[in-house]
Write a protein of this length. Structure first.
Length: 155
């Protein structure tokens, strides 16, 4: 849209005013519009950020993610520091991989998934019911649910 106004001979201030009128608070800043117009004058009609040389933001590869996951599955009590030492990567990279890519967190010294899918929740409920039946000491148990109501299981 900005290139259209540039080709009509509009200056950056006019283009920015049109964008504000059209898009309101979602309009690009005046500095951005000025940069676009400078690019248009050089013949570059792209308004997207060009890729820049240098180190990528993340160096996490699927292989590293798999290796970290395997180490956690082998020993759920393993520390992020230990994983970093074994794989020769930074502690920060291990932490971000565990939290962002594997969607896990540490709970009571064990790595667990942050969110359980429906099958995993059902499996945990079935396991809990089997344990309650096995021990047979409790007749009724109340669990808080995700919906603000208590879930009551009677045996």
């Amino acid at each position: 849209m900005s290139s259209f106004f540039f080709l009509q001979g509009k200056v950056p201030k006019e283009i920015h005013a049109i964008l504000i009128e059209t898009l309101g608070e979602h309009a690009s800043s005046y500095a951005t519009v000025k940069n676009w117009v400078a690019g248009f004058k050089r013949g570059d009609f792209s308004t997207c950020n060009a890729p820049r040389p240098g180190r990528s933001k993340t160096m996490t590869t699927p292989e590293i993610i798999d290796q970290i996951h395997e180490l956690i599955l082998e020993d759920r009590r393993i520390s992020a520091k230990s994983i970093a030492e074994q794989l020769c990567i930074s502690r920060k990279r291990v932490g971000s991989t565990i939290h962002e890519d594997l969607d896990m967190r540490k709970l009571s010294a064990k790595w667990i998934l942050k969110c359980l899918n429906a099958d995993q929740k059902r499996q945990r409920c079935q396991s809990a019911e089997q344990l309650l039946e096995f021990f047979g000491a409790i007749q009724m148990i109340s669990f808080p649910s995700d919906h603000g109501r208590n879930l009551v299981i009677s045996l």
